[in-house]
Design a binder for this molecule. Structure first.
Ligand code: DHB
Ligand code: FE
Length: 285
């Protein structure tokens, strides 16, 4: 059967993609950011998954105010890299895993989560920047990716509890897939940031580090935190962090197994307008 063996959590700051694409990653401003992912790139090579289930948010690129799915699963064979205003990033197209994605859609919908099925979608920095941070600049991404888009842009957004429970359902879905596949689940977005209004530029290190602590050892407690607390303490775009709970909910401790092992933890301010946070958790074999 397929198994989820690890979860990865990371910010998706678009300027990180631009820094990489324009060859600026060694500059003094960016060097500490990319330094924090050196271990992660080695870990990806040593622990190469067969599939990444990548929870991310679209930024009004594939979707718009015309249509706002709360949870959307990509069931396509491939996904083009979106043009976000400066042309598409010069990164490989994203190869999907239509068979596993369709199986997860079937299972998760039958577990009473309403997913939107997406057969065509361009993917923006929400998906490509985490891939770049974890995989560097390869000719092709190392494995197929199932994009899972969550609405955290237009209110109402899903609660932390619903995200955690969805993660649990995704774990069950993966474990009921016949083929032997090593699946990693990624939660992306965050950390604290606000891009508009009088509080633009808000960063809250205390909130972010407490969030990282609770992602490791108290995900149930974090899931009980209402969305308004994210907005008040982590800024209007800090709500992106709720997506991390989907990936965290898919770890084995929440299905009665042992606590995951923390392989890597990183936090840095600033990167563009946000704090960068990153965790790698492995399930004990
Ligand atoms: C920035 C951060 C984001 O998460 C985003 O989607 C767009 C911009 C920023 O830091 O500028
Ligand atoms: Fe964002």
């Amino acid at each position: 059967m397929a198994r989820i063996t690890a979860s990865v959590f990371t910010s998706h700051v678009p300027a990180i993609g631009a820094a990489l694409d324009l060859g600026k990653s060694a500059e003094p401003y960016w060097q500490p950011v990319f330094q924090g992912y050196e271990y992660s790139k080695l870990w990806m090579k040593d622990n190469r998954p067969d599939v990444v289930f990548l929870v991310f948010n679209d930024h009004a690129t594939a979707f718009s105010l015309d249509m706002i799915p709360t949870f959307a699963i990509g069931t396509a064979d491939e996904y083009a890299v979106a043009d976000e205003g400066w042309g598409p990033r010069p990164v490989p197209k994203v190869i999907g895993h239509a068979d596993l994605a369709s199986h997860i859609a079937q299972s998760v919908i039958q577990q009473d989560f309403d997913l939107t099925i997406v057969n065509r979608m361009d993917v923006d920095h929400g998906l490509t920047v985490p891939l770049s941070l974890m995989c560097g600049q390869p000719q092709a991404w190392p494995c197929p990716v199932i994009p899972f888009a969550v609405n955290v842009v237009q209110y109402p957004v899903p609660s932390g509890q619903r995200c955690l429970n969805l993660g649990k359902a995704i774990r069950k879905a993966v474990e009921s897939y016949d083929e032997d596949l090593n699946v990693h689940i990624w939660g992306t977005g965050g950390m604290s940031h606000q891009l508009q209004g009088p509080r633009a530029g808000l960063i809250n290190r205390e909130f972010d580090n407490a969030f990282l602590d609770r992602m490791v050892s108290d995900p149930e407690g974090q899931a009980a935190v209402p969305h308004i607390n994210y907005v008040r303490e982590a800024g209007s775009e800090g709500i992106e962090l709720v997506m991390w709970l989907i990936a965290r909910g898919a770890m084995s401790d929440l299905a009665g197994g042992p606590a995951p092992v923390v392989k890597h933890r990183f936090y840095h301010v600033p990167a563009s307008n946000t704090a960068v946070g990153h965790l790698i958790l492995e399930d004990k074999a």
